[in-house]
Design a protein around this ligand. Structure first.
Ligand code: HEC
Ligand code: HEC
Ligand code: HEC
Ligand code: HEC
Ligand code: HEC
Length: 235
């Protein structure tokens, strides 16, 4: 709770009271996120083979159309675009590919076990993050990609929950982890937001304004405030 105390400071008591009331009906205490958690899956899907060796783009399989429990995991259809013809390498792999074909024939989904599972009172969305991660890289920030949050998935045999961030020294999926990045990126995010707003008004692509428009201290403060406001992540 140390980090929580730090961020509670600048906020009105009413806000906090409201939030705590809203949260009081929420389940269990914070999950004890395990180190390198990787549950047994119905099919041994190998990221190292598909995303590493074969370099299939992450977003070919993980499309974030909407946010539902299984929104990010590919359908059998996606796998079958190759596995109608591609068999496995190993005996176990061939058996798994057969499972895939059986599921397809019966029009049944594969019941993948969720690796990540934030508690319901936390609001998280991929869309905003994937976009800003790319946009930040255009304004001199190092930006961020899937791997910054999920680790080197393309080197993993099975998708696993990242244990801790070597740079941030934080456990992922905790509030402190989210906030550390939010605070660190506030300044550059404010610039991107400002550029986009100006570009919209002028009817030009936002990238053309890089270096010509700067974010004011006020812009930065507003973004920092929003990115650590309780309601941004708890609504
Ligand atoms: C060919 C399809 C495919 C590609 C390409 C792919 N994945 Fe996956 N991914 C899956 C499947 C299937 C699962 C569910 C099984 C599992 O968890 O291992 C999964 C699971 C995951 C999970 C865990 C999901 C959870 O339950 O929390 C993460 C994180 C992930 N992938 C990230 C990535 C990243 C990052 C890349 C690119 C480097 C990538 N994936 C490329 C198919 C794919
Ligand atoms: C772009 C094509 C492509 C897509 C999409 C794809 N795969 Fe594969 N998969 C391959 C290839 C190629 C191999 C290797 C076959 C070989 O070397 O004989 C393979 C191998 C496998 C194997 C066997 C591994 C082994 O060790 O024998 C399994 C299981 C598998 N894929 C599952 C999946 C699942 C599940 C999905 C969907 C989430 C998927 N694949 C999507 C191309 C694809
Ligand atoms: C800013 C950090 C961050 C980035 C960048 C990010 N993710 Fe995630 N990802 C998360 C969090 C947090 C969750 C857990 C969401 C939940 O449980 O509600 C998650 C969950 C997932 C899941 C589980 C299914 C789901 O949708 O909840 C998959 C699959 C996944 N991410 C893949 C990806 C891929 C692929 C990329 C890059 C295109 C990516 N992520 C980029 C933080 C990130
Ligand atoms: C690697 C850095 C990073 C991490 C880790 C991260 N975020 Fe963010 N997040 C950002 C940035 C940058 C923005 C600003 C994007 C914007 O407002 O356009 C943002 C924006 C948001 C927004 C506002 C989106 C919107 O549409 O207004 C929410 C909600 C959010 N993050 C939730 C979370 C949660 C919850 C976690 C932890 C589970 C998390 N973030 C972890 C970088 C990160
Ligand atoms: C950037 C996103 C983000 C912001 C901003 C944020 N939180 Fe959280 N909060 C989280 C996440 C993620 C968790 C879940 C942590 C876990 O499960 O370990 C969480 C958990 C909590 C919990 C439950 C702790 C527990 O033990 O389960 C409380 C209470 C809480 N937050 C209060 C607040 C308050 C008060 C604020 C504003 C000062 C705030 N949060 C701002 C992301 C955020």
């Amino acid at each position: 709770m140390k980090r929580l105390t730090v961020v509670l400071f600048p906020l009105g008591l009413a806000t906090i009271a409201g939030l705590l009331v809203a949260l009081s009906g929420s389940p269990q205490a914070a999950k004890d996120y395990q180190v390198a958690y990787h549950p047994e899956q119905p099919i041994h899907f190998n990221h190292r083979l598909h995303a590493g060796e074969m370099q299939i783009d992450c977003q070919f399989c993980h499309t974030y159309a909407r946010r539902s429990p299984s929104s990010g995991v590919p359908t059998v259809q996606t796998c079958m675009s190759c596995h109608k013809v591609v068999n496995g390498r190993t005996e176990a792999g061939k058996a798994d590919v057969q499972k895939l074909r059986d599921a397809y024939a019966k029009n049944e989904p594969i019941e993948w076990v969720k690796v990540h599972d934030l508690q319901d009172f936390v609001y998280y969305t991929h869309r905003a993050h994937i976009q800003i991660g790319q946009d930040l890289a255009k304004v001199g920030d190092e930006g961020f990609t899937c791997q910054d949050c999920h680790g080197p998935v393309e080197k993993m045999e099975t998708a696993e929950l990242r244990a801790w961030d070597p740079e941030l020294d934080e456990q992922p999926l905790t509030m402190g982890w989210c906030l550390t990045c939010h605070i660190k990126k506030s300044k550059d995010a404010a610039l991107v937001i400002k550029l986009k707003k100006e570009a919209f008004q002028q009817g030009v692509p936002w990238e053309t304004l890089i270096g010509k428009v700067e974010a004011t201290e006020h812009d930065v403060e507003m973004t920092k405030y929003r990115l650590r406001d309780c309601w941004t992540c708890h609504k």
